[in-house]
Design a protein around this ligand. Sequence first.
Ligand code: NAP
Length: 358
Amino acid sequence: MKVLAILYNGFKSAVQEPRLLGTVENKLGLDKWLASRGHELIVSSDKEGPNSDFQKHIADAEVLITTPFHPGYLTREVMEKAKNLKICVTAGVGSDHIDLNAAVDHKIQVLEVTGSNVVSVAEHVVMDILALVRNFVPAHEMIERGDWQVSDIARNAYDLEGKVVGTIGAGRIGYRVLQRLVPFDCKELLYYDYTQLPAEREQAVKARRVEDIEQFVSECDVVTVNAPLHEGTRGLINEKLLSKFKPGAWLVNTARGAICDQDAVVAALKSGQLRGYAGDVWNVQPAPKDHPWRTMKNPLGGGNGMTPHYSGTTLDAQARYAAGTKKILENYFDGKEQNPADVIVGIGAWATKAYGQR
Ligand code: NAP
């Protein structure tokens, strides 16, 4: 059987660090195992356009492995070329780079390694919140430049204690963020989600649900986005919603870039409506060199905590999602039942509500 994996290049780093499993070079650690089972594995990072390895090999692959960190965009159009494709496995969490409605129509299963990097991302969110609130990035840049002017940094640095922090999405990552924020003695922890958390889980983090999103953002000093990208969240944070934020709020998005409107974020940061924006996810990945989120700044020249997409691909996370990918493949080859939490699209039907209530 032909297995196609679209992964990111690790180059020298992947040779020096074999635990970089999610790279083209290290092949999720699957190559020898797949060969021993008689399967052909094609691995490439070349994913854009009709002449890419992705579009060439998708024509007869039965299994497609992709990763959110270097997404192979499986559109309906590309899927129509994939005559032999039966199963897509996302090595990680978040399968929005696949047209999931088209996968339902084409009876192509979509699975992901649910939970594999949720702690990795939750830790990153807390780091981003602190980096923004405490004005860390400009402070570090000042030191590298050889300067020392405490007042220029302190004029826009705050404590997290006493602030209101809210998460859009209180699922695996969002809830872990709330758990990690408890010891910071925030004024209040809020969440906006379709569903109310069970009372004991709500009580454990002392979080309050706000059902109206405009009301929710208007109460938060810090908003963190932890919901999947789907029809209901694409462009959710746009000019109109940003105008309802508390002036000078901080926004952290490690969920998906396209949940926030690119230009509206740039404008809100420039005007000071947002004091800071941080995250690791972009509306196109890899982000072009001139993407405005790379260099956007607040009126004081700071407030940008952007990184490449790596929060969920720490070495610890890579070990977990590589093992999870292998388990999903093993179940598929052996005709065993999959872990229900990993199944996004079953054969011809949605298996989760996480990509939009339907
Ligand atoms: P999860 O456990 O499914 O939680 C997502 C939560 O968001 C669910 O409670 C869901 O509610 C809720 N939700 C969905 N649409 C919403 C909306 N319009 N408004 C408010 N809440 C909404 O997923 P997770 O494991 O926490 O992951 C969340 C997302 O993080 C992933 O989909 C992925 O995009 C992103 N992620 C990023 C990285 C990274 O490296 N940056 C790594 C992993 C994941 P229902 O369950 O009721 O639908």
